[in-house]
Design a protein around this ligand. Structure first.
Ligand SMILES: Cc1ncc(C[n+]2csc(CCOP(=O)(O)OP(=O)(O)O)c2C)c(N)n1
Ligand SMILES: [Mg+2]
Length: 770
């Protein structure tokens, strides 16, 4: 980084053309030439690709250094694939199978594509913001002595202009300003078109101000060299051109040279007669398409001029569909060239029929060495890296002592104990929270390990000797990254920190805390983090209506259902502190295991009596999703099934009912998510000849086939009611289905039917004849 190289612009232009052709051809092939098994449209975005090929050529074949990482605008995915095709790291088969099963993915995917993808993209806005958090993590690692100065890179986001409407970008921008973020290039493909139409004119000037006020440098690349020179000769024409509304400009680009001539003659008359005389229609069209984002000289110059670490927004003017027959047409977002149009483009680009896939087709013999040397230079820089897993020893985490504990308090204690014990794992933990650090019990850890900032900030309250339980000073050794209240940012921070092993070859163990109901606020970013296989521990606390006095606005109901449907995230919901310690240990193991995943712990502030354990046998079951807290008699006709904070009600009901219901069991559920996964996996495996029952099938087959299950959760009852489907046992399901409200636990548990009375009634419902 921080050094520019000399690049042969003519060769770069040829590469730009190659990218434009090959991306259009890849999409065309998938839609028009490949056999269709289902008759569905395959799709792809030829116009969005053509808009960016010059920008991407200038980046990948000139500006990017070995350690730079890029989030590519999702619908320019094909351009990234064909870049790697030229570099030799993508196969023709994968391109021929673009959007097919096992082929190149529609949108760049870290986990599904064979080429190196630095950040997956797809949900617009998220790929942009994650680069900012990756840059913060880079600063964190350098400050902690875990990343060499020479191994630092720049984080680049290639952004569609309509993508700038996504609010999460501004949430990230604000957080970045607080942390003095550096080493970012955000490059806007300013084609003034979205999916539906051309974009609104009014907003764009504001973007400069917004970014500048957050400490960014804004570089506008409006003109290519030729257009700039021409307009500087005809200032009236320039003023006219600059005043064209987006829709009119796009329409003119679509209509071409004759339309430019008519409009200019009609509106500017004599003053531009000489200009019009000098340019025939084709020359006019070519000149007006020479916008900054298509001019390789301008792009290279701009990138070379931004070699410090100041975060920089490049606004590169482009034409959506540049060089294609539907350039500038407002409906071109998903537009596909028809075979006739494609053939005309092929001819125009000098590609011989039957040679469409040849990487350097149409590059003449004289130009080849120059083009090949640019490719070779980039090939070395863009090689795929192995993922770093398995280097960290995870110590046993003892359960905190105490007869009565809440899982939330226990979480804080376990982290504190780990911090005091020290060691590699403790040093690699980085915690983060959107302004709920203290109220999610991270306070003691933060007192021990401090807040992270590149520039130290003292705690004024400590300095002034004002008593406070919480130290709030930061320096570069700190291990807690403070975030403002923006849950999207939390999840994007977890995504970036959870990819530290991949991006920086250094494993971090990120822990993020937030209030359980507000998972929904950042849900797409959470999904995004999981989709990229970022590894982290998410601790959501407090949860459920057990949060009593806080009321319905803070009481979560559906997160266990969210977790049930979220790939890449394992939900654990402990009732007791020893379960929690086992789960945290397992979560850390999963972070550093190639076959692992992220973990979500749903915790509670309710203090509950801990259970006596005769042995450690519960542990394995707890990590698999459930264990018998009170084993049933073989073939018992009934069991209670409970999860998390309502375990005391289940235990009390068990004490009360078991004398009358012989063999009544009590199943403690620690992860409906794992149980469900195991169940469906075992069913699928049976078709492959493997007959091993899943964990939940084994547990429930201790009961009679006709047994009744009463399930109990401080969550949507559907979290557990599916258990009846496993062996066909009958279910009465207790849980929360209406919005919560304020109240004491006895009041709320009675009103929402989570108390002993409700349990007794539910058991009776199942056991007594109607
Ligand atoms: C969160 C999200 N919402 C909607 C979409 C669907 N979508 C894909 S691209 C797009 C418009 C993109 O326009 P722009 O960012 O300007 O990109 P261009 O194709 O013009 O380069 C939309 C709405 C999406 N991918 N992600
Ligand atoms: Mg656009």
């Amino acid at each position: 980084m921080l050094k520019t190289v000399t690049t042969d612009i003519a060769a770069l232009k040829l590469l730009d053309e190659r990218l434009r052709w090959l991306s259009a051809w890849t999409i065309h092939h998938a839609n028009h030439l490949r056999d269709s098994a289902d008759g569905l449209k395959v799709g792809g975005h030829q116009a969005s690709c053509a808009s960016m090929t010059a920008i991407m050529a200038a980046l990948y074949f000139h500006a990017l250094g070995e350690h730079d990482r890029v989030a590519v605008k999702p619908h320019a995915g094909p351009v990234l694939h064909v870049i790697h095709y030229l570099l030799g790291s993508q196969t023709r088969e994968a391109l021929e199978n673009f959007r097919g099963f096992g082929g190149a993915q529609s949108y760049p995917s870290r986990t599904k594509d064979q080429i190196p993808v630095d950040f997956s993209t797809g949900s617009v806005g998220l790929g942009v913001a994650v680069t900012l958090f990756a840059s913060l993590i880079q600063d964190y690692l350098t400050a902690h002595g875990r990343l060499d100065e020479q191994a630092r890179g720049r984080f680049v986001a290639l952004i569609g202009d309509a993508e700038l409407d996504e609010g999460n970008i501004y949430e990230a921008l604000i957080e970045g300003a607080k942390h003095d973020v550096r080493n970012l290039w955000w490059i806007i493909d300013y084609n003034r078109q979205s999916l539906d139409a051309t974009s609104a004119d009014r907003m764009f000037e504001r973007f400069d101000e917004i970014f500048q006020s957050c400490g960014w440098r804004v570089v506008e690349l409006r003109y290519g060299k030729r257009l700039k020179a021409a307009l500087n000769k005809y200032l009236k024409l320039k003023a006219w051109f600059e005043a064209l509304p987006n829709a009119e400009l796009s329409a003119l680009h679509y209509q071409g040279g004759a339309a430019w001539r008519t409009r200019i003659a009609a509106e500017l008359g004599k003053s531009v007669a000489a200009f019009l005389k000098d340019h025939d229609d084709a020359a006019l069209a070519a000149l007006f398409t020479d916008l900054g984002g298509h001019c390789l000289e301008s792009l290279v110059e701009a990138f070379d001029a931004a070699q410090d670490d100041v975060p920089t927004l490049f606004i590169a003017w482009t034409i959506k569909g540049y060089g294609l027959p539907f350039a500038g047409h407002k409906d071109n977002h998903a537009g596909l060239m028809n075979p006739t149009q494609l053939a005309a483009l092929r001819e125009a680009m000098g590609v011989r029929e039957g040679h469409e896939w040849e990487p350097l087709e149409s590059v003449g013999d004289n130009a080849r060495p120059g083009v090949e040397s640019l490719i070779e230079r980039s090939r070395i820089l863009r090689e795929k890296r192995a993922r770093a897993f398995g280097g960290v020893t995870i110590p046993a985490l003892p359960a905190p002592a105490g007869d009565e504990q809440s899982t939330q308090a226990a979480f804080g204690r376990i982290l504190l104990d780990l911090s005091k014990a020290g060691g590699d794992l403790a040093d690699r933990i980085v915690t983060t929270s959107p302004d709920v650090t203290v109220s999610t019990n991270l306070g003691a850890w933060v007192n021990q390990r401090g807040l992270f900032r590149r520039d130290a900030i003292g705690d004024v309250f400590v300095k002034e000797k004002i008593a406070s339980a919480q130290k709030w000073s930061s320096d570069k050794k700190g291990q807690h990254i403070e975030l403002g209240i923006a849950e999207n940012n939390l999840f994007l921070m977890l995504a970036a920190a959870g990819l530290a092993g991949d991006l920086f070859d250094t494993r971090l163990f990120p822990i993020g805390t937030l209030y359980d109901p507000f998972i929904a606020r950042g849900l797409d970013a959470l999904n995004y983090a999981c989709y990229q296989d970022a590894r982290f521990l998410l601790v959501a606390t407090p949860s459920g209506i057990t949060l009593g006095a806080e009321g319905g606005a803070h009481q979560s109901i559906n997160p266990p259902l969210i977790a049930l449907g979220q790939p890449g995230l394992r939900h654990y919901e402990p009732a007791f502190a020893d379960e929690l310690a086992a789960m945290m240990q397992e979560a850390f193991r999963l972070i550093d295991d190639p076959a692992g995943e992220s973990t979500y712990l749903r915790l509670s502030t309710r203090t509950v009596a801990q259970v006596e354990r005769p042995d450690d046998n519960w542990r394995e079951g707890a990590l698999q999703g459930a264990y018998w807290l009170r084993p049933p008699a073989p073939g018992a006709e009934a069991a209670m099934v409970a999860m998390g904070a309502v375990m005391p009600e289940a235990l009390a009901a068990w004490d009360e009912l078991s004398p009358d219901i012989p063999g009544l069991g009590l199943l403690s559920i620690t992860s409906p998510d794992l149980l469900h996964r195991g169940w469906t996996a075992a069913q699928a495996a049976r078709w492959g000849g493997e007959r091993k029952p899943s964990h939940v099938e084994q547990l429930l087959s201790d009961l009679a086939p006709s047994a009744g299950l009463v399930t109990l959760a401080d969550a949507a009852p559907a979290s557990l009611s599916w258990l009846g489907g496993v062996l066909g046992q009958r279910v009465a399901s207790l849980g929360v289905e209406r919005f919560g409200q304020t109240g004491s636990l006895p009041d709320l548990y009675a009103a929402y039917r989570l108390d002993g009375t409700a349990i007794t009634e539910a058991v009776a419902e199942l056991l007594l004849p109607a």
